[in-house]
Design a protein around this ligand. Structure first.
Ligand code: LMR
Length: 398
């Protein structure tokens, strides 16, 4: 039956973790997957999560959630993305369902897009998170790309981006990273977001925000929702994928939310019912435990404050490691500019290293990262930063 099945290509991100785990070297370093580590390189369970687990342990049952997921978790998620006092929440204009983290939210949206706008395409930034391509491919939505990153400046290609937005057919779908762009660590400034929003309005484009790193750009989830708030102020209808993998450290719980801002409450009810109908044959209803943790934390002012402190702590440790990596490279006498390590934000540094240089890091130094040169700064620690800098210096020497 299955003799014709060839092995699939390794995943460019999760395949790195597999290779790292298989390496017996005591020196090995994993700066591949975007998953936060403490300064000892260990995974972190946030204190607010531990406390929420204590609180839900006694009274939770194991019943199914509704097809659309936990109502309380969705309510809290919308406050985080649209704003505590959002008129859109008040007017019940948002169709929202709990999703299997950010990936699941994007996939639900892509399937919805295919089902109800079968002739539409999606514009995806170059570069983007590799899985975005898989998601819209499997939903059979044709993909186009738009300019985003400027390799020479290692910053935003704003002119290219604006040209591509202008040249796309009116009414196109665009995938935007709400903050802490993955993999580049490069975000538009507030002023640039305003210009992008203005141009989207003129072209009647639909912005779909993937917000996987809310809190990791500035250390403050509220500030990191700025791009979305600008688009909302400008009167756009938007879509939004939220994930609690990174900002609550709930990676394996698959806790997230998909929301679509509609014209009115009636439309929102219809859209939500269709999203549920897409979810039902795929997974019936989303997982319970992560949703309980999220809603417990966000609905309790004390736990929410603790969470905000802990998110800031994670973001600050990463900023510290950016400085340390740059200083180490400069101390080693690298003639190259490493300014971008500290200019870029969020969890990643888009180093500019070539796939061949990355291969050398892995084969000679047991350092594991994606071949596009992305370093997950969350995997850098006081203990490995000098080793990492030295290896980078060795493979990038002119
Ligand atoms: C990453 O980009 O490393 C993370 O989003 C993990 C993943 O699923 O790819």
């Amino acid at each position: 039956w299955f003799g014709h099945v060839e092995p699939a290509a390794k995943d460019p991100i999760l395949g790195v973790t597999e290779a790292f785990l298989a390496d017996p070297s005591p020196d090995k370093v994993n700066v591949g997957v975007g998953a936060y580590r403490d300064d000892n390189g260990r995974p972190v369970v946030l204190e607010c999560v531990r406390e929420a687990e204590r609180r839900v342990a006694g009274n939770a049952n194991m019943e199914y959630l509704p097809m659309g997921g936990s109502v309380k978790m969705i309510e809290e998620s919308l406050k985080l993305s649209y704003g505590e006092d959002s008129e859109f929440i008040r007017d019940k204009r948002i169709a929202a369902v709990q999703a299997l983290s950010g990936t699941g939210a994007c996939r639900l949206f892509a399937d919805f897009q295919k089902r109800f706008l079968p002739d539409s395409q999606i514009y995806i930034p170059t570069p983007t998170w590799a899985n975005h391509h898989n998601i819209w491919r499997d939903a059979r939505v044709p993909q186009r790309t738009f300019s985003y990153y400027h390799p020479e400046s290692r910053g935003l290609d704003f002119a290219g981006l604006m040209d591509d937005v202008k040249n796309a057919p009116d009414g196109s779908f665009f995938l935007l990273h709400a903050c802490a762009h993955n993999p580049t660590g490069v975000d538009p400034s507030e002023e640039q977001w305003r210009e992008i929003s203005f141009q989207f309005k003129a072209k009647k484009h639909f912005p779909f925000f993937d917000m996987a790193y809310q809190g990791f750009a500035s250390g403050d989830p509220e500030r990191d929702a700025k791009a979305i708030r600008i688009f909302l102020e400008d009167g756009h209808q938007i879509g939004c994928a939220q994930s609690y993998a990174k900002n609550m450290g709930l990676y394996g719980q698959r806790a997230g939310c998909l929301s679509i801002l509609c014209d009115d409450e009636m439309q929102a009810v219809a859209v939500k019912s269709q999203l549920q109908q897409i979810a039902r044959p795929m997974y019936s209803n989303p997982p319970l435990h992560g949703a309980l943790i999220v809603s417990t934390i966000l609905s309790d002012p004390e736990l929410k404050n603790l969470w905000l402190k802990e998110v800031k702590g994670m973001a600050d440790r990463i900023i510290g490691m950016r400085k340390a990596l740059k200083e180490n490279l400069e101390r080693l006498g690298s003639p190259l500019s490493w300014e971008h390590i500290t200019n870029q934000i969020g969890m990643f540094c888009y180093s500019g290293m070539t796939p061949e240089q990355v291969d050398r890091l892995t084969s000679e130094f047991h350092i594991y990262m994606t071949r596009n040169g992305r370093i997950s700064m969350a995997g850098v620690t006081t203990g490995n930063v000098a080793y990492l800098a030295n290896a980078i210096h060795e493979v990038t020497k002119p």
